[in-house]
Write a new protein. Structure first.
Length: 83
């Protein structure tokens, strides 16, 4: 009910539609695939370690942003871009 009142579902639907218009084949990445059963703090450590390995210092360490970066790194790795 809270999501419905804030219209979060509508915003998410609009965002998903916009993404599908921009990208040829967008797809959802199941959490179990990119994160497994690791707790959030370990995922955050791994993502930040990978970014440090690449000489990138994130401006923020908010958990939802670290999750988004983790998903992106997973997709890049699966597609063979990351050495």
């Amino acid at each position: 009910m809270v999501s419905a009142k804030k219209q979060d579902v509508i915003k998410l639907t609009i965002l998903a539609g916009a993404i599908s218009q921009v990208f040829e084949r967008p797809y959802a990445v199941p959490v179990i695939n990119w994160k497994g059963h690791l707790p959030k703090h370990l995922v955050k450590e791994r993502v930040l370690k990978e970014l440090a390995r690449r000489n990138y210092k994130p401006r923020t360490k908010a958990s939802h942003e670290v999750d988004a970066i983790g998903i992106g790194l997973y997709v890049i790795k699966v597609n063979g871009v990351i050495p």
